[in-house]
Design a protein around this ligand. Structure first.
Ligand SMILES: C[S@@+](CC[C@H](N)C(=O)[O-])C[C@H]1O[C@@H](n2cnc3c(N)ncnc32)[C@H](O)[C@@H]1O
Length: 234
């Protein structure tokens, strides 16, 4: 629905109501925990849909996929994942912030897209790297704010993702356009250098395993996405 349209059906009203609740909670948490939250608003529909591209475009092989969403926040991407889930698929929705995790648990019973597949979803309140390495995923969708993390933290998270990804599995993650340029002008030198170092780690993984990148301009703020694939054999 375009921003200027007026909701006209009960499901439009429900959607708008959910989005307003999401934005309110997100802004409060961003204010208190900006380093971990790393954004000023939940992802919009264009970004959520682009992140779930592989689910939407997959062929019907008859086997379920195991999906990990890291940093689910107030659940805009979780909803897009749920909307594409089929019988046999499972998804772990991981969120470190306890208020967001409680909110997500609530959504699995109240939100139409999430409640449709509620018995295929598990919400974890945890740091993603604390989930353990005895799991395997076909698809990881990451919303973690790498720009706010140190290079060591970013490396640890990529190593974790590539441990739990199955060979041939995909990782899609996003960040915001121009944050480095903005930090170069407004942030202290240390903060700028920290982001530069963590972005080099991101680049290293993209150069090694990248299979596509895109820009999503209709999002607040505009975003980039990288899609990576773990090789079948290394
Ligand atoms: C940029 S927000 C994205 C939220 C949501 N996916 C969206 O697109 O609107 C990042 C989220 O990651 C969570 N987060 C940060 N570090 C995390 C970690 N190590 N493990 C799990 N969640 C984390 C934050 O609490 C926040 O909700």
């Amino acid at each position: 629905m375009a921003a200027t349209e007026t909701p006209s059906t009960s499901s439009d009203f429900l959607d708008t109501e959910y989005r307003l609740r999401d934005v309110g909670l997100f802004l409060r948490q961003a204010f208190h925990t900006f380093r971990a939250t790393g954004a000023v608003a939940p992802s919009g529909p264009a970004l959520s849909n682009a992140l779930t591209r592989f689910l939407a475009e997959r062929e019907d092989t008859g086997t379920g996929l195991s999906i990990l969403e890291a940093g689910a926040g107030t659940g805009p991407v979780s909803r897009a994942i749920a909307a594409q889930m089929r019988e046999g698929d499972t998804a772990d929705l991981v969120e470190s912030n306890a208020e967001f995790a409680d909110y997500l648990r609530d959504l699995t019973t109240t939100d139409p897209a999430l409640s449709r597949v509620a018995d295929q979803l598990t919400v974890h309140q945890a740091l993603v790297t604390d989930l353990g390495t005895d799991r395997r995923y076909d698809l990881i969708i990451s919303g973690l704010p790498f720009a706010n993390f140190t290079a060591e933290e970013v490396r640890e998270i990529f190593e974790y993702y590539f441990t739990v990804l199955r060979p041939g599995g995909r990782l899609s993650f996003f960040g915001y356009l121009y944050t480095k340029q903005v930090k170069a002008v407004v942030a202290p030198r240390d903060a700028f250098l920290q982001q530069a170092r963590s972005s080099w780690v991101v680049e290293e993984w993209v150069n090694r395993y990248g299979i596509g990148s895109e820009r999503v301009l209709p999002n607040i703020p505009p975003a980039w996405i990288h899609h990576l694939r773990k090789p079948i054999e290394e």
